[in-house]
Design a protein around this ligand. Structure first.
Ligand code: ADP
Ligand code: MG
Length: 580
């Protein structure tokens, strides 16, 4: 783990070493002040006259010079140290996002968006803090403690040992408090997130709660989260107070130890006043390394935990890796075959078993049947969003397992029920189909999808923003943009999974026309709700959770007077059932 962490320093070694060098300098320079003060006190004790002003001037000049150097060091640590962290975090975020893009669809089924986001944003923030503050803090505090130990030993070994015997014990307790405080603040952040989520949910659902007159219930639910948030913060401040006053207490105790033990040594004439004063100045300096060292303990814990979660994500196997002998699908004609395919999402529930079907190039296969029967699943297996457990799927008689994933997916266009448009302009969204398309091609695609005229009525035309802060489009308009995308991609194989189910009749009629246009000359798999739209399909299969129940074209299926006939008649008479 630590090794993989260190790997990220590699590209920033120069800056990192500079950072550590300056951290070392800061700590070393801090030790100079008490030593010069001691020297001055010595001189004063041994008797001085007016000419001493000159010496004093020299010391002052030296100190100012050193502090200017320290100022520069501090600047470098504060700025460039953070830059190291920022750049390392950038590298990690880049790596993890790239990796995320390769993960199988299954990963996104199993993990919530919020969790994935917090790994990439919050966790890495902690990691980058540790990346530079960790070594800096460790370095500065160690140099200060070891340096002061050595310097103080040259003054009086016994007193130094007494002071440093106390220090580890006190540090241990301070570190414990600090970790507790950090945990408490983490809890606060969690509770804030809950309050936010609850707030968002309640506001979004305000019409529902009003219509059910459940306002009071909402208030109660909210006050529960609100109270937890309050309690979490109260706790956090308790630990913060314990920690902050604890650190102060440590240095106070050390001062008392020095005064008491040093006083005894003074009486015994084992130490002089100037040396005792030097001790007290050193103790005053300890506050900073104590804070840094305890901070390091906390940072190490949360930073490493964040890095562990990062590594966990990085170690998830990417979806299907192309093999060296994977072939490029070229000049696809569009013959598709499923041979004895079995599939399950999870270990315990079989979704498809021993399913076979066959679609000749240029033909249309329609799938109908009750929801949950597995139609969408079949649609997702062809572009290899999931791996089948048994059987083969072939395109142009090539097993999709032996094909480069990218070339497989480039030959398949999908239109789904829930359209997703990216935040951006309409043009960008259509271009998603083929990023190197020309403006003229985009317009042609939009025309074929029957959306060009609508786009032209918008003030900014193709440059109109869609998405959260952009214009609000109707379901039908969004669907037509997504169809334009597929027109632009121009794939030989087409999958339409309930592309019109979410639309009102009028939009459906318009979109139906563009879908028919889109299907021309392509191999198409169509899942349809409304059976009137698939009457002309070359083949129709009725799929239930039992598998393929009926198969044939419209006339054949009607003459069977089975499930299809029942479905068709029900719709024809004006009922449009979801289920059989
Ligand atoms: P249809 O499209 O015919 O309505 P689906 O293919 O969506 O049917 O679903 C078939 C079965 O697979 C359902 O029982 C559904 O619960 C299950 N299912 C669908 N998607 C997933 C998934 N991502 N993970 C686990 N089970 C799923
Ligand atoms: Mg479905």
């Amino acid at each position: 783990m630590v090794k993989r962490f260190i790997k990220y320093y590699k590209n920033h070694m120069g800056l990192f070493i500079l950072d550590l060098f300056c951290a070392f300098g800061i700590a070393a320079l801090d030790l100079v002040f008490p030593m010069i003060t001691r020297r001055v006190m010595y001189d004063i004790e041994s008797g001085i006259d007016i000419t001493y002003i000159r010496t004093l001037g020299i010391f002052t000049a030296i100190l100012i010079g050193l502090y200017v150097v320290k100022y520069i060091f501090n600047y470098i640590v504060n700025y460039w140290g953070h830059v190291v962290g920022v750049r390392m975090q950038y590298d990690m975020r880049k790596d993890v996002f790239k990796h995320l893009q390769t993960l199988p669809v299954k990963y996104f089924d199993d993990n919530k968006t919020g969790q994935i986001m917090s790994r990439i944003v919050n966790d890495l923030m902690q990691v980058s803090e540790l990346a530079h503050h960790g070594p800096e803090d460790l370095f500065i505090s160690l140099v200060m403690f070891i340096g002061s130990f050595i310097l103080l030993c040259t003054i009086n070994v016994k007193l130094t040992l007494i002071v440093f015997a106390f220090l580890p014990v006190l540090l241990y307790f301070a570190a414990k408090k600090r970790v507790k405080m950090a945990k408490a603040f983490k809890e606060v952040r969690k509770k804030i997130a809950n309050v936010n989520a609850q707030l968002e949910n309640s506001i979004a659902g305000v019409r529902v709660s009003k219509s059910f007159t459940n306002e009071e219930y909402e208030v109660e639910k909210f006050s529960e989260g609100n109270e937890k948030f309050k309690n979490a913060r109260t706790y956090a401040y308790k630990y913060m107070a314990e920690f902050a006053s604890g650190v102060r207490f440590i240095t106070d105790v050390l001062n008392v130890v020095v005064i008491f033990a040093g006083g005894i040594f003074l009486i015994r004439r084992e130490i002089n006043v100037a040396d005792l004063a030097t001790y007290l100045i050193f103790i005053g300096l300890f506050m900073q390394p104590i804070r840094r060292l305890t901070g390091f303990v906390e940072q190490y814990q949360s930073g490493m935990a964040g890095f562990e979660r990062f590594i966990e994500l990085m170690d998830i196997e990417p979806e299907v890796k192309d093999r060296d002998d994977s072939v490029e699908l070229e000049n696809v004609v569009g013959d598709i075959e499923f041979k004895n395919v079995s599939f399950q999402y999870d270990d315990n529930k079989s979704i498809l078993s021993d399913l076979s079907l066959n679609i000749k190039h240029g033909e249309t296969l329609a799938m109908v049947g009750p929801s949950g029967g597995g139609k969408t699943t079949i649609c997702q297996l062809l572009p290899r969003f999931y791996e089948i457990n048994k059987g083969d799927i072939t395109v142009d008689n090539v097993n999709i397992h032996d094909v480069k994933l990218k070339s497989l997916r480039q030959n398949i266009g999908v239109v789904q029920q829930d359209v997703f448009l990216f935040t951006g302009t309409i043009k960008e969204n259509i271009l998603y189909g083929r990023p190197d398309a020309t403006d003229e091609e985009i317009i042609q695609a939009a025309k074929k999808a029957n959306i060009h005229e609508f786009i032209m009525t918008l003030n900014e035309g193709y440059n109109t923003y869609v998405g959260e802060r952009g214009v609000k489009l109707s379901g039908g308009q969004k669907q037509r943009i997504s169809i334009a995308r597929v027109f632009l991609k121009n794939p030989p194989i087409l999958i339409l999974d309930e592309a019109t189910s979410a639309l009102d009749n009028e939009s459906e009629a318009i979109i139906q026309k563009s879908l028919e246009e889109l299907s021309k000359g392509r191999t198409a798999i169509i899942v349809a709700h409304r059976l009137s739209t698939i009457k002309n399909a070359d083949n129709i299969i009725v799929i239930t959770s039992e598998g393929i129940e009926e198969k044939g074209n419209h006339e054949e299926l009607m003459s069977k007077e089975g499930i299809y006939t029942r479905l068709y008649n029900a719709q024809f008479k004006g009922f449009i059932p979801d289920e059989i």
